[in-house]
Write a protein that binds this ligand. Structure first.
Ligand SMILES: *Cc1c(COP(=O)(O)O)cnc(C)c1O
Length: 432
Protein backbone atom coordinates (compact mmCIF):
# COMPACT_ATOMS: atom_id res chain seq x y z
CA UNK A 1 0.00 0.00 0.00
CA UNK A 2 1.27 3.44 -0.88
CA UNK A 3 0.17 6.69 0.74
CA UNK A 4 -0.50 9.97 -1.04
CA UNK A 5 -0.78 13.47 0.37
CA UNK A 6 -4.20 15.14 0.54
CA UNK A 7 -2.54 18.13 -1.15
CA UNK A 8 -1.21 16.04 -4.02
CA UNK A 9 2.23 17.68 -4.17
CA UNK A 10 4.31 15.05 -2.37
CA UNK A 11 5.78 11.73 -3.56
CA UNK A 12 3.99 8.49 -2.74
CA UNK A 13 5.45 6.72 0.29
CA UNK A 14 4.91 3.39 2.03
CA UNK A 15 3.29 3.03 5.45
CA UNK A 16 6.63 3.09 7.29
CA UNK A 17 7.66 6.38 5.72
CA UNK A 18 4.21 7.89 6.25
CA UNK A 19 4.35 6.90 9.90
CA UNK A 20 7.84 8.25 10.33
CA UNK A 21 7.04 11.59 8.61
CA UNK A 22 3.71 12.37 10.30
CA UNK A 23 2.81 15.25 7.96
CA UNK A 24 3.57 14.98 4.21
CA UNK A 25 6.30 17.35 2.91
CA UNK A 26 3.67 19.48 1.11
CA UNK A 27 1.87 20.07 4.41
CA UNK A 28 -0.94 17.61 3.59
CA UNK A 29 -2.03 14.47 5.42
CA UNK A 30 -1.28 10.97 4.21
CA UNK A 31 -4.14 8.90 2.82
CA UNK A 32 -4.05 5.31 1.56
CA UNK A 33 -3.78 5.42 -2.22
CA UNK A 34 -6.61 2.95 -2.66
CA UNK A 35 -8.99 1.42 -0.16
CA UNK A 36 -9.18 -2.33 0.40
CA UNK A 37 -12.67 -3.88 0.11
CA UNK A 38 -13.84 -6.26 2.79
CA UNK A 39 -17.01 -8.25 3.32
CA UNK A 40 -18.28 -9.53 6.67
CA UNK A 41 -17.16 -13.03 5.71
CA UNK A 42 -13.52 -11.88 5.74
CA UNK A 43 -13.74 -11.66 9.52
CA UNK A 44 -15.73 -14.79 10.31
CA UNK A 45 -12.68 -16.52 11.83
CA UNK A 46 -11.34 -13.55 13.83
CA UNK A 47 -13.51 -13.31 16.93
CA UNK A 48 -10.90 -11.51 19.06
CA UNK A 49 -9.84 -7.89 18.69
CA UNK A 50 -6.14 -8.51 17.87
CA UNK A 51 -7.05 -11.04 15.19
CA UNK A 52 -9.58 -8.72 13.62
CA UNK A 53 -7.08 -5.83 13.78
CA UNK A 54 -4.38 -7.83 12.00
CA UNK A 55 -6.81 -8.84 9.24
CA UNK A 56 -8.30 -5.37 8.77
CA UNK A 57 -4.98 -3.52 8.90
CA UNK A 58 -2.95 -5.97 6.77
CA UNK A 59 -3.64 -4.22 3.42
CA UNK A 60 -2.72 -0.83 4.93
CA UNK A 61 0.74 -2.04 5.99
CA UNK A 62 1.40 -4.33 3.02
CA UNK A 63 4.92 -4.01 1.55
CA UNK A 64 6.19 -1.93 4.47
CA UNK A 65 8.72 -2.65 7.20
CA UNK A 66 5.80 -3.16 9.58
CA UNK A 67 4.03 -5.88 7.58
CA UNK A 68 5.53 -8.97 9.18
CA UNK A 69 5.32 -7.57 12.72
CA UNK A 70 1.67 -6.54 12.33
CA UNK A 71 0.05 -9.56 14.07
CA UNK A 72 2.32 -9.27 17.10
CA UNK A 73 1.90 -5.47 17.22
CA UNK A 74 -1.88 -5.95 17.30
CA UNK A 75 -1.71 -8.70 19.92
CA UNK A 76 0.43 -6.50 22.14
CA UNK A 77 -1.43 -3.22 21.57
CA UNK A 78 -5.01 -4.52 21.93
CA UNK A 79 -4.59 -6.57 25.08
CA UNK A 80 -7.53 -5.05 26.95
CA UNK A 81 -11.29 -5.49 26.45
CA UNK A 82 -13.74 -3.11 24.80
CA UNK A 83 -17.18 -4.22 25.99
CA UNK A 84 -20.45 -3.18 24.38
CA UNK A 85 -23.10 -2.60 27.00
CA UNK A 86 -26.83 -2.11 26.30
CA UNK A 87 -28.03 0.95 28.17
CA UNK A 88 -30.96 -0.44 30.10
CA UNK A 89 -33.75 1.90 31.11
CA UNK A 90 -35.20 1.39 34.59
CA UNK A 91 -38.63 2.12 33.09
CA UNK A 92 -39.40 -1.06 31.16
CA UNK A 93 -41.84 0.74 28.87
CA UNK A 94 -39.21 3.17 27.59
CA UNK A 95 -38.04 2.75 24.00
CA UNK A 96 -34.81 0.77 23.64
CA UNK A 97 -31.62 2.62 24.48
CA UNK A 98 -28.34 2.60 22.60
CA UNK A 99 -25.38 0.30 23.17
CA UNK A 100 -22.39 1.89 24.87
CA UNK A 101 -19.05 0.84 23.44
CA UNK A 102 -16.62 1.32 26.30
CA UNK A 103 -13.30 2.29 24.76
CA UNK A 104 -11.67 3.22 28.06
CA UNK A 105 -10.44 -0.06 29.54
CA UNK A 106 -6.84 0.52 28.54
CA UNK A 107 -4.10 1.50 30.99
CA UNK A 108 -4.79 5.26 30.94
CA UNK A 109 -8.59 5.13 30.84
CA UNK A 110 -9.23 6.72 27.42
CA UNK A 111 -9.69 5.43 23.86
CA UNK A 112 -6.36 7.02 22.93
CA UNK A 113 -4.64 3.97 24.44
CA UNK A 114 -5.59 2.00 21.30
CA UNK A 115 -3.85 4.34 18.86
CA UNK A 116 -0.90 5.23 21.08
CA UNK A 117 -0.07 1.62 21.91
CA UNK A 118 -0.23 0.61 18.28
CA UNK A 119 1.87 3.60 17.19
CA UNK A 120 4.79 2.92 19.54
CA UNK A 121 4.93 -0.74 18.68
CA UNK A 122 4.91 0.20 15.01
CA UNK A 123 7.78 2.64 15.59
CA UNK A 124 9.71 -0.11 17.36
CA UNK A 125 9.18 -2.45 14.38
CA UNK A 126 10.39 0.29 12.05
CA UNK A 127 13.44 0.91 14.22
CA UNK A 128 14.42 -2.72 14.08
CA UNK A 129 14.62 -2.63 10.31
CA UNK A 130 16.30 0.77 10.00
CA UNK A 131 18.58 0.74 13.05
CA UNK A 132 17.54 4.27 13.87
CA UNK A 133 16.24 5.17 17.27
CA UNK A 134 13.32 7.61 17.06
CA UNK A 135 12.49 10.34 19.53
CA UNK A 136 8.77 11.02 19.71
CA UNK A 137 8.36 14.62 20.85
CA UNK A 138 4.90 15.75 21.98
CA UNK A 139 3.35 18.72 23.71
CA UNK A 140 0.28 17.85 25.73
CA UNK A 141 -2.34 19.61 27.77
CA UNK A 142 -3.75 16.42 29.21
CA UNK A 143 -4.93 13.01 28.07
CA UNK A 144 -2.83 12.35 24.97
CA UNK A 145 0.44 12.60 26.87
CA UNK A 146 -0.62 9.99 29.40
CA UNK A 147 -1.53 7.50 26.68
CA UNK A 148 1.71 8.26 24.83
CA UNK A 149 3.90 7.90 27.94
CA UNK A 150 2.25 4.64 28.91
CA UNK A 151 2.47 3.29 25.36
CA UNK A 152 6.18 4.14 25.10
CA UNK A 153 7.26 2.61 28.40
CA UNK A 154 9.67 -0.22 27.84
CA UNK A 155 9.40 -0.11 24.03
CA UNK A 156 12.84 -0.62 22.48
CA UNK A 157 14.04 1.60 19.66
CA UNK A 158 11.97 4.62 20.70
CA UNK A 159 12.10 7.42 23.21
CA UNK A 160 9.18 9.66 24.18
CA UNK A 161 9.72 13.23 25.36
CA UNK A 162 6.52 14.80 26.67
CA UNK A 163 6.33 18.54 27.31
CA UNK A 164 3.57 19.87 29.53
CA UNK A 165 2.74 23.33 30.89
CA UNK A 166 3.56 23.86 34.59
CA UNK A 167 0.50 24.52 36.72
CA UNK A 168 -2.01 24.26 33.86
CA UNK A 169 -3.05 20.62 34.12
CA UNK A 170 -4.75 18.75 36.94
CA UNK A 171 -2.63 16.93 39.56
CA UNK A 172 -3.93 13.58 38.29
CA UNK A 173 -3.04 14.48 34.70
CA UNK A 174 0.44 15.59 35.75
CA UNK A 175 0.94 12.35 37.62
CA UNK A 176 -0.22 10.39 34.59
CA UNK A 177 2.46 12.10 32.49
CA UNK A 178 5.30 11.73 34.97
CA UNK A 179 4.94 8.15 36.18
CA UNK A 180 6.41 6.18 33.27
CA UNK A 181 9.76 4.44 33.17
CA UNK A 182 12.40 5.05 30.49
CA UNK A 183 12.45 5.62 27.61
CA UNK A 184 9.80 8.17 28.66
CA UNK A 185 10.85 11.65 29.76
CA UNK A 186 8.24 14.07 31.08
CA UNK A 187 9.30 17.72 31.04
CA UNK A 188 7.51 20.42 33.01
CA UNK A 189 7.80 23.65 31.03
CA UNK A 190 7.48 27.03 32.74
CA UNK A 191 5.03 28.31 30.14
CA UNK A 192 1.53 27.63 28.84
CA UNK A 193 0.40 24.95 26.39
CA UNK A 194 0.96 27.22 23.40
CA UNK A 195 4.58 27.72 24.53
CA UNK A 196 5.03 23.93 24.71
CA UNK A 197 3.59 23.54 21.22
CA UNK A 198 5.77 26.34 19.87
CA UNK A 199 8.84 24.56 21.30
CA UNK A 200 7.90 21.31 19.58
CA UNK A 201 7.36 23.14 16.29
CA UNK A 202 10.70 24.94 16.63
CA UNK A 203 12.49 21.64 17.31
CA UNK A 204 10.95 20.01 14.20
CA UNK A 205 11.89 23.07 12.15
CA UNK A 206 15.55 22.86 13.26
CA UNK A 207 17.06 20.44 10.71
CA UNK A 208 20.10 19.67 12.82
CA UNK A 209 18.10 18.85 15.94
CA UNK A 210 15.46 16.93 14.00
CA UNK A 211 18.07 14.79 12.26
CA UNK A 212 20.30 14.21 15.28
CA UNK A 213 17.41 12.84 17.36
CA UNK A 214 15.22 11.40 14.60
CA UNK A 215 12.37 13.52 15.85
CA UNK A 216 8.87 12.37 15.04
CA UNK A 217 5.43 13.14 16.40
CA UNK A 218 2.54 11.15 17.85
CA UNK A 219 -0.36 13.50 17.28
CA UNK A 220 -3.76 12.48 16.01
CA UNK A 221 -2.95 13.01 12.32
CA UNK A 222 -0.55 10.04 12.43
CA UNK A 223 -1.72 7.09 10.32
CA UNK A 224 -0.43 4.96 13.20
CA UNK A 225 -3.16 6.34 15.41
CA UNK A 226 -6.32 6.51 13.33
CA UNK A 227 -5.89 3.29 11.33
CA UNK A 228 -5.90 1.01 14.41
CA UNK A 229 -8.97 2.83 15.71
CA UNK A 230 -10.95 1.23 12.87
CA UNK A 231 -10.71 -2.06 14.77
CA UNK A 232 -13.21 -1.52 17.56
CA UNK A 233 -15.78 0.12 15.28
CA UNK A 234 -15.47 -2.87 12.95
CA UNK A 235 -15.82 -5.37 15.80
CA UNK A 236 -18.95 -3.72 17.18
CA UNK A 237 -20.51 -3.15 13.74
CA UNK A 238 -19.92 -6.75 12.60
CA UNK A 239 -21.37 -8.10 15.85
CA UNK A 240 -24.48 -5.89 15.79
CA UNK A 241 -25.10 -6.59 12.10
CA UNK A 242 -24.90 -10.32 12.80
CA UNK A 243 -27.31 -9.93 15.73
CA UNK A 244 -29.89 -7.62 14.15
CA UNK A 245 -29.43 -7.94 10.38
CA UNK A 246 -28.95 -4.17 10.07
CA UNK A 247 -25.70 -2.18 10.22
CA UNK A 248 -25.69 -0.04 13.37
CA UNK A 249 -25.47 3.74 13.52
CA UNK A 250 -22.48 5.21 15.35
CA UNK A 251 -22.49 8.32 17.53
CA UNK A 252 -18.95 9.53 18.12
CA UNK A 253 -17.75 12.23 20.55
CA UNK A 254 -15.53 14.32 18.31
CA UNK A 255 -12.66 16.78 18.64
CA UNK A 256 -9.84 16.36 16.12
CA UNK A 257 -11.91 13.85 14.10
CA UNK A 258 -9.42 11.02 14.53
CA UNK A 259 -11.85 8.56 16.08
CA UNK A 260 -14.68 9.47 13.70
CA UNK A 261 -12.43 9.35 10.64
CA UNK A 262 -11.46 5.81 11.58
CA UNK A 263 -15.15 4.86 11.48
CA UNK A 264 -15.63 6.62 8.13
CA UNK A 265 -12.67 4.77 6.67
CA UNK A 266 -13.84 1.40 8.02
CA UNK A 267 -17.24 1.92 6.36
CA UNK A 268 -15.55 2.96 3.11
CA UNK A 269 -13.69 -0.38 3.20
CA UNK A 270 -16.95 -2.33 3.39
CA UNK A 271 -17.43 -2.74 7.15
CA UNK A 272 -21.22 -2.79 7.76
CA UNK A 273 -21.71 0.59 9.44
CA UNK A 274 -24.91 2.64 9.05
CA UNK A 275 -25.11 6.40 9.62
CA UNK A 276 -22.14 8.08 11.33
CA UNK A 277 -23.22 10.91 13.61
CA UNK A 278 -20.75 13.29 15.24
CA UNK A 279 -21.36 14.67 18.72
CA UNK A 280 -19.38 17.81 19.54
CA UNK A 281 -19.26 20.15 22.50
CA UNK A 282 -19.94 23.89 22.09
CA UNK A 283 -17.09 24.21 19.58
CA UNK A 284 -19.15 24.81 16.45
CA UNK A 285 -16.73 24.32 13.54
CA UNK A 286 -18.09 20.93 12.49
CA UNK A 287 -21.78 21.61 13.09
CA UNK A 288 -21.54 24.88 11.12
CA UNK A 289 -19.71 23.08 8.32
CA UNK A 290 -22.34 20.37 8.16
CA UNK A 291 -25.16 22.91 8.12
CA UNK A 292 -23.67 25.32 5.57
CA UNK A 293 -21.11 23.31 3.60
CA UNK A 294 -18.53 25.96 4.48
CA UNK A 295 -15.57 24.95 6.62
CA UNK A 296 -14.14 27.64 8.82
CA UNK A 297 -11.59 26.79 11.54
CA UNK A 298 -11.52 29.04 14.58
CA UNK A 299 -9.97 29.28 18.07
CA UNK A 300 -11.25 26.67 20.50
CA UNK A 301 -13.47 27.42 23.46
CA UNK A 302 -13.21 25.69 26.84
CA UNK A 303 -15.97 23.23 27.79
CA UNK A 304 -16.63 20.43 30.28
CA UNK A 305 -15.74 17.88 27.57
CA UNK A 306 -12.26 19.37 27.36
CA UNK A 307 -10.55 16.64 25.32
CA UNK A 308 -12.86 17.80 22.52
CA UNK A 309 -12.06 21.53 22.83
CA UNK A 310 -10.94 21.85 19.23
CA UNK A 311 -11.70 24.72 16.86
CA UNK A 312 -9.73 23.44 13.84
CA UNK A 313 -10.09 19.65 13.73
CA UNK A 314 -6.77 18.40 12.46
CA UNK A 315 -8.19 15.45 10.51
CA UNK A 316 -10.77 17.51 8.63
CA UNK A 317 -8.51 17.60 5.59
CA UNK A 318 -8.86 13.82 5.35
CA UNK A 319 -12.65 13.96 5.50
CA UNK A 320 -12.67 16.65 2.80
CA UNK A 321 -10.48 14.38 0.67
CA UNK A 322 -13.21 11.72 0.44
CA UNK A 323 -16.43 12.09 -1.58
CA UNK A 324 -19.02 14.26 0.24
CA UNK A 325 -21.74 12.77 2.44
CA UNK A 326 -19.53 10.72 4.79
CA UNK A 327 -21.08 12.28 7.90
CA UNK A 328 -24.83 11.99 8.28
CA UNK A 329 -25.37 14.44 11.16
CA UNK A 330 -23.40 16.69 13.51
CA UNK A 331 -24.98 17.68 16.82
CA UNK A 332 -23.52 20.33 19.10
CA UNK A 333 -24.06 19.89 22.84
CA UNK A 334 -23.41 22.72 25.30
CA UNK A 335 -22.23 22.35 28.88
CA UNK A 336 -25.70 22.58 30.43
CA UNK A 337 -26.95 19.79 28.18
CA UNK A 338 -23.87 17.69 29.02
CA UNK A 339 -24.63 18.00 32.72
CA UNK A 340 -28.34 17.33 32.26
CA UNK A 341 -27.65 14.20 30.22
CA UNK A 342 -25.06 12.93 32.72
CA UNK A 343 -27.68 13.28 35.42
CA UNK A 344 -30.54 11.76 33.41
CA UNK A 345 -28.42 8.77 32.38
CA UNK A 346 -27.47 8.17 35.97
CA UNK A 347 -31.07 8.49 37.19
CA UNK A 348 -32.68 6.43 34.44
CA UNK A 349 -30.05 3.77 33.81
CA UNK A 350 -27.64 3.92 36.78
CA UNK A 351 -24.86 4.45 34.25
CA UNK A 352 -22.06 6.95 34.89
CA UNK A 353 -20.72 8.57 31.73
CA UNK A 354 -17.78 10.95 31.26
CA UNK A 355 -18.63 14.42 29.86
CA UNK A 356 -17.44 13.42 26.36
CA UNK A 357 -19.59 10.30 26.32
CA UNK A 358 -22.49 12.45 27.57
CA UNK A 359 -22.32 14.55 24.36
CA UNK A 360 -22.98 11.36 22.39
CA UNK A 361 -25.77 10.23 24.72
CA UNK A 362 -27.44 13.62 24.36
CA UNK A 363 -27.04 13.40 20.60
CA UNK A 364 -28.85 10.05 20.60
CA UNK A 365 -31.82 11.79 22.23
CA UNK A 366 -31.92 14.46 19.52
CA UNK A 367 -32.53 11.82 16.82
CA UNK A 368 -36.19 11.39 15.97
CA UNK A 369 -38.06 8.26 16.99
CA UNK A 370 -38.02 6.76 13.48
CA UNK A 371 -34.26 7.13 13.23
CA UNK A 372 -33.75 5.60 16.67
CA UNK A 373 -35.98 2.63 15.94
CA UNK A 374 -34.65 1.89 12.47
CA UNK A 375 -31.46 0.29 13.78
CA UNK A 376 -29.26 -0.26 16.81
CA UNK A 377 -27.16 2.76 17.76
CA UNK A 378 -23.70 2.58 19.28
CA UNK A 379 -22.36 5.33 21.52
CA UNK A 380 -18.55 5.64 21.65
CA UNK A 381 -17.61 6.00 25.34
CA UNK A 382 -14.23 7.68 25.09
CA UNK A 383 -13.01 8.04 28.69
CA UNK A 384 -13.59 6.56 32.12
CA UNK A 385 -15.76 8.94 34.16
CA UNK A 386 -13.32 8.92 37.09
CA UNK A 387 -10.86 10.90 34.97
CA UNK A 388 -13.38 13.74 35.02
CA UNK A 389 -14.54 13.30 38.61
CA UNK A 390 -14.51 17.09 39.20
CA UNK A 391 -17.31 17.47 36.67
CA UNK A 392 -19.16 14.20 37.13
CA UNK A 393 -19.35 13.83 40.92
CA UNK A 394 -21.25 17.06 41.70
CA UNK A 395 -23.72 16.34 38.89
CA UNK A 396 -24.62 12.82 40.01
CA UNK A 397 -24.13 13.52 43.72
CA UNK A 398 -21.83 10.61 44.39
CA UNK A 399 -18.17 9.72 44.12
CA UNK A 400 -16.76 7.83 41.15
CA UNK A 401 -14.18 5.18 42.01
CA UNK A 402 -10.99 4.85 39.99
CA UNK A 403 -10.75 1.57 38.07
CA UNK A 404 -7.78 -0.67 38.94
CA UNK A 405 -5.73 0.54 35.94
CA UNK A 406 -5.92 4.16 37.09
CA UNK A 407 -5.31 3.19 40.73
CA UNK A 408 -2.13 1.54 39.50
CA UNK A 409 -1.11 4.78 37.80
CA UNK A 410 -1.51 6.69 41.07
CA UNK A 411 0.60 4.17 42.95
CA UNK A 412 3.56 4.73 40.66
CA UNK A 413 6.27 7.17 41.53
CA UNK A 414 6.28 10.38 39.50
CA UNK A 415 9.33 12.27 38.30
CA UNK A 416 9.98 14.88 35.67
CA UNK A 417 12.52 17.36 34.39
CA UNK A 418 12.05 21.10 34.37
CA UNK A 419 12.85 23.65 31.74
CA UNK A 420 12.04 27.12 30.43
CA UNK A 421 10.68 28.00 27.03
CA UNK A 422 13.90 28.49 25.02
CA UNK A 423 14.84 26.05 22.26
CA UNK A 424 18.47 25.59 23.50
CA UNK A 425 17.04 24.26 26.75
CA UNK A 426 15.01 21.70 24.85
CA UNK A 427 18.12 20.79 22.85
CA UNK A 428 19.86 20.17 26.19
CA UNK A 429 17.01 17.95 27.42
CA UNK A 430 17.07 15.96 24.17
CA UNK A 431 20.85 15.51 24.33
CA UNK A 432 20.70 13.71 27.65
C1 LIG B 1 -9.29 12.81 22.29
C2 LIG B 1 -10.64 12.60 22.90
C3 LIG B 1 -11.83 12.80 22.18
C4 LIG B 1 -11.85 13.32 20.76
O1 LIG B 1 -11.34 12.41 19.84
P1 LIG B 1 -10.86 12.88 18.38
O2 LIG B 1 -10.25 11.69 17.77
O3 LIG B 1 -9.86 13.99 18.61
O4 LIG B 1 -12.07 13.38 17.66
C5 LIG B 1 -13.04 12.51 22.80
N1 LIG B 1 -13.08 12.09 24.08
C6 LIG B 1 -11.96 11.89 24.81
C7 LIG B 1 -12.09 11.43 26.21
C8 LIG B 1 -10.70 12.13 24.25
O5 LIG B 1 -9.59 11.94 25.00
Amino acid sequence: MMYRSTRGQAPLVDAGAALRAGVAPDGGLYMPQELPRFTAGDFSDTPDLPGLAARLLAPFFADSAIETALPSICADAFDFPCPRIPLAHTDNNASPGPDILELFHGPTGAFKDFGARFLFRAFAALGQTTDRLVTVLVATSGDTGGAVGCAAEGVAGTRAVILFPAGRISPFQEHQLCCWEPPVEAVRVSGDFDACQALVKAAFADPDLARRHNLTSANSISIGRFLPQMTYWARAALDVTAETGTPPGLIIPTGNLGNAFAAVLARACGVPIGPIVLATNANATLSDWHASGQYEGRPSIATLANAMDVGTPSNFERLADLPPGQIETVIRVNDDAIKARLRATFDQSAYIACPHTATALETFHTLDTDQRQARRWIIGATAHPSKFADTVEPVIGQTVALPPALEAVLEREARCREMGVALPELAGVLAR
